[in-house]
Design a protein around this ligand. Sequence first.
Ligand SMILES: Cc1cc2nc3c(=O)[nH]c(=O)nc-3n(C[C@H](O)[C@H](O)[C@H](O)COP(=O)(O)OP(=O)(O)OC[C@H]3O[C@@H](n4cnc5c(N)ncnc54)[C@H](O)[C@@H]3O)c2cc1C
Length: 401
Amino acid sequence: MSTIEQFRHETRAWLEANCPLSMRTAMAEGEVVWGASQPQFPSEDARLWFERMRDKRWFCPEWPEEYGGAGLSEEQLAVLESEMRRLKCRPPQINLGIWMLGPVLLAFGSEEQKRTLLPPMARGEVRWCQGFSEPNAGSDLASLKMAARDAGDHFVVDGSKIWTSYGDKSDWMYALVRTNPTVPKHEGISLIVLDMRSPGVKAVPIDLISGKSAFCQVFFDAVKVPKHQLIGPLDGGWNLGKYLLQHERKAMSKFGEISLPSHFHLLSLLREYLPRPQSQGEQALHARAVACSMNEHAYGLTVQRMTEEARFGDDVSGLMSIMKLVHTEQERDKFEVLLDAMGGHAFGWQSEAFSAQQQAITRAWLNSYALTISGGASEIQLNVIAKRVLGLPDAKKGVTP
Ligand SMILES: Cc1cc2nc3c(=O)[nH]c(=O)nc-3n(C[C@H](O)[C@H](O)[C@H](O)COP(=O)(O)OP(=O)(O)OC[C@H]3O[C@@H](n4cnc5c(N)ncnc54)[C@H](O)[C@@H]3O)c2cc1C
């Protein structure tokens, strides 16, 4: 047996012995476990699964061992992921630190930052939030204004961040801040990390149409951030931010694997609301649903192909924008079809007049729009694809005929 086949054999046996049966089912709403200083577990099995995967160092299996990972090769990682998919294992925890900041620290952090920030992240002990967007800087992120003023051994941070998911529940934030207002906007930005319990930080939740939301506006009033919490070069944060967003898009392109409970399976649900499509309209709706399911399947196969290509060393980073765009738009189209089929059953998301499943679908439909915006809106992904993947010129600098 080859070494990799041996690894597959051992991984399968370990997962079968250690992943509780209830952790091999689709996650219902509210069952996500967040890595945090005080993690909440919806069940004892969720706790067990978290602790076993943590002790196996499989929260971030491909990270080097000295920073808390298991040092798996790309090939081993692909095996682990495919074995977890085969058993339908739930992710043991979700952690923006591991998904997004970790890769940035591994590539650009100092040795001290890697040794202090990565191991607690890898053990799921810190909940991170992302402080990028501001009231007047979303798609045009480089216009951000939150200032970090040099005050000797620390920065003094003033301003506000908006749409910060779970800002009120997070332990630490990674944030893009303006450290130099006198140079062109992309050149005066830095990446810092800060403790959300620092004096002067206030996270205020924001309510949305779909009810309580994860969003917060976070206010910073003369917050002291030690200089050693600057990641990468001073004023050099823009490139780090872009690198981080690539990893955010990569994580988002995988959302379908982890976030959709199986009762959102389109064709089975359609059978409930449209058992025998008869009229032309119903048949057209059915055809749309079949097209969505085929697209979903094709997307899954493309992700598998990309994983294989990455395993053989091909650079797939530029494709993350394509995957994020396609996946989030497909999800939105899927819920559109479902809502059309549900008709009046889809009118409520907070009312007892509707079943829990109907409310969950309507909320998921509302959320599917949010996902086409977070991590960079679809139009922005199209711009990135045009420039970075297709190599087209900037609209402003375009050649006039
Ligand atoms: C679910 C969710 C979670 C989020 N979590 C976080 C978080 O944790 N931390 C954080 O910092 N931010 C977060 N965000 C914010 C997100 O990054 C921004 O909403 C996003 O970048 C868009 O910015 P905006 O809302 O200011 O919209 P705007 O930038 O004002 O855009 C409005 C519309 O104009 C379009 N548009 C803008 N510029 C262009 C252009 N050049 N070409 C074509 N079209 C354009 C956009 O595509 C969009 O349709 C989250 C957003 C969502 C929906």
